[in-house]
Write a protein that binds this ligand. Structure first.
Ligand SMILES: NC(=O)c1ccc[n+]([C@@H]2O[C@H](COP(=O)([O-])OP(=O)(O)OC[C@H]3O[C@@H](n4cnc5c(N)ncnc54)[C@H](OP(=O)(O)O)[C@@H]3O)[C@@H](O)[C@H]2O)c1
Length: 325
């Protein structure tokens, strides 16, 4: 089968389209004929091996597994021993390893049947980014109806889901993005949109009960200035920081400061959980949340897709479709 393969860490130049062996479903696993894979920044981190901290788990000198891609949709080709929820032909979505390929194996408990109202491309765009937004708002943010919520990075992969989810939870939502994305953020339901190139929300007074920061390029004291006295700040991400810890630097500073301030300061380590995918599927089928896709690339142009991701200014999700689809 064809796959996008890397032998070493590095820029997108390390990615090559190659023929490799088709995987075989092990116990509790499902073999998928991949239709689509959506990229996110986690794929980029694993490709580059940066920050270094992640190499402790994924291979010090080079990646232990050579095919990237986690968020997937496809059709079940075969099931391994002990799999009870799926059978060949089922249309599914979820997370796995090695999804930038024509076939991939996923654990049964990381998959659900595809939402009836989504294409394969749209379904692949959901798992990690939407689950991150859900866990940030509901679990760390403890969002309540009527609260004023600010989503920084509202037109990004996580942000576009966060805006829609916060609306679904009954909040009044303000999105922060750059000029060309203002209409997009408004179109998915934001009550207000702040163009960060023209207005600085940190100068506008304490007005938000909950802030989700996915952009990571403002200092904590500035962000706290925009919070109501008992407001909550959830640090979701940000790509700054050093070579060893990356964005984790900032997360650690939040942890250390949290006990000493009146604001609730929270960080997030998003997990791929079937229960959350079920919540998201329900909201999607109810028409309350829809993925936004910026561009779709064929698998043969997987390297180009990762380059586009590297730019950091996509309008929603970047999807790669498999040649086998
Ligand atoms: N904690 C976790 O478990 C977890 C899970 C998933 C992701 N993350 C992290 O979350 C972050 C966002 O991920 P993503 O997939 O949404 O990335 P993304 O699609 O690249 O979105 C990032 C967004 O940040 C915006 N941005 C850049 N500078 C900004 C500024 N000064 N003010 C406001 N917005 C700004 C960009 O918008 P413009 O183009 O308009 O500038 C872009 O839309 C990443 O750092 C990722 O590592 C963390």
């Amino acid at each position: 089968m064809k796959a996008i393969v890397q032998d070493t860490y590095g820029s997108s130049d390390v990615l090559h389209l190659r023929d490799i062996d088709k995987p075989v479903a092990g116990e509790g696993q499902v073999l998928l004929r991949v239709h689509a894979t959506a990229l996110h920044i986690g794929d980029w981190h694993l490709m580059t091996g940066m920050p270094y901290l992640l190499r402790l788990g994924f291979g010090w000198r080079g990646p232990k597994t050579s095919v990237r891609g986690m968020d997937v949709s496809g059709r079940v080709e075969a099931v391994g021993k002990g799999v009870t929820r799926f059978q060949p032909g089922d249309e599914v979505f979820g997370t796995c390893d090695g999804a930038l390929a024509e076939y991939a194996c996923a654990r049964e408990d990381k998959l659900l049947h595809k939402p009836s109202n989504l294409s394969f491309e749209q379904a692949a765009a959901v798992p990690t980014s939407a689950a991150t937004a859900l866990q940030a708002l509901r679990d760390q943010g403890q969002v309540q109806p009527g609260q004023k919520v600010l989503i920084i990075g509202a037109a990004g992969g996580v942000g576009l889901f966060a805006v829609q989810l916060a609306k679904a939870f009954g909040a009044h939502v303000t999105g922060v993005c750059s000029t060309t994305k203002v209409e997009l953020v408004r179109s998915i339901g934001a009550d207000d949109v702040i163009d960060y190139t023209r207005q600085d929300f940190t100068e506008m007074g304490p007005r938000y009960d909950l802030i989700l920061d996915t952009a990571g390029n403002r200092e904590l004291p500035l962000l706290r200035r925009a919070l109501t006295p008992k407001g909550t700040l959830v640090i979701v991400g940000g790509e700054g920081g050093g070579r060893w810890f990356g964005g984790l630097d900032r997360q650690l500073r939040v942890l250390m400061l949290a006990p000493f301030v009146s604001h609730r300061l929270r960080l997030l380590v998003a997990l791929a959980r079937k229960e959350d995918l079920e919540v998201l599927k329900e909201l999607i089928e109810a028409g309350k949340v829809m993925p936004v896709i910026d561009r779709t690339f064929p698998l043969s142009e997987g390297r180009g897709a990762v380059r586009y991701l590297e730019g950091g200014h996509a309008r929603g999700k970047i999807v790669v479709t498999s040649a086998a689809a």
